[in-house]
Ligand binder design. Structure first.
Ligand code: CTP
Ligand code: CA
Length: 224
């Protein structure tokens, strides 16, 4: 079947995608996490495979199952594990999409034993996680680097400053304000912004259809 992939838009391209939440351990039975399901990144991986790419999906804790001969899945739990998995694949990649909802902070130390209920108050000290995407931006060579921005206010200007700060080729703004958009759900409302500040807004769609729009925008820019 290999010959049938020749001539597809992403034939010969290596695509690296992060997806899902991360879980940051508090103790052996508890964590800090978020509501990401991983679906947007998984749909991007599926479409990339259909378009001819060889895909590596670095996937945080997610209930989704992927069975695709052209998608290699690296399962991770924490942001630190995601960082290591991504760094191991980055040099080889042609296109990188950071769709993961990485926890911004982790507990400074994870307790070895289950924390017992004692006083009325419990304070957890949190420290910042490494920014995976920003690290990729710093050592970018020929990769096309796409990030996501999840914003609730000053959406466009925040997304644009993330694009610049992280040295991205483009960023997908996820509008949480709109009905049917964002985390956990089956649909998204996105705006695609590239490094030349070209801005394109899309209607609310299923994440599978959003993935098609995103790949169309990326493919348009690959030879630019
Ligand atoms: N990201 C990452 N590593 C992190 C945090 C974020 O790779 N430790 C990536 C996300 O996958 C996304 C992009 O950076 O592609 C933007 O994530 P977002 O949470 O919107 O922005 P932050 O830079 O974390 O800033 P803030 O949450 O304060 O808005
Ligand atoms: Ca964040």
């Amino acid at each position: 079947l290999e010959h049938m992939r020749k001539g597809l838009p992403l034939d010969g391209k290596k695509v690296l995608i992060t997806a899902g939440p991360t879980h940051e351990a508090i103790d052996p039975v508890r964590y800090i996490g978020n509501h990401s399901t991983g679906l947007m990144g998984v749909e991007l991986a599926r479409k990339a495979a259909v378009l001819g790419a060889e895909v590596t999906l670095v996937l945080g804790p997610s209930a989704l199952a992927i069975a695709d001969a052209y998608i290699k899945v690296l399962k991770v739990t924490s942001a630190d594990e995601m960082f290591d998995a991504v760094m191991g694949e980055y040099k080889e990649a042609d296109i990188v999409i950071a769709a993961a909802a990485v926890a911004d902070y982790k507990p400074k130390t994870a307790a070895q034993e289950k924390i017992k209920k004692k006083s009325e108050h419990l304070t957890l000290e949190l420290v910042k996680n490494q920014d995976i995407l920003q690290t990729l931006g710093k050592s970018k060579k020929n990769q096309f680097l796409l990030g996501f921005a999840l914003e609730t206010e000053n959406e466009l200007s925040n997304a644009l400053s993330k694009l610049k700060k992280k040295n991205l080729d483009a960023i997908v703004l996820n509008s949480l304000k709109d009905e049917g958009a964002g985390f956990g759900g089956k649909t998204n409302k996105i705006t695609f912004i590239d490094k030349n500040s070209s801005i394109k807004s899309f209607d609310v769609k299923t994440k599978a259809d959003v993935a098609v729009d995103i790949w169309n925008e990326i493919i348009d820019r690959l030879h630019a």
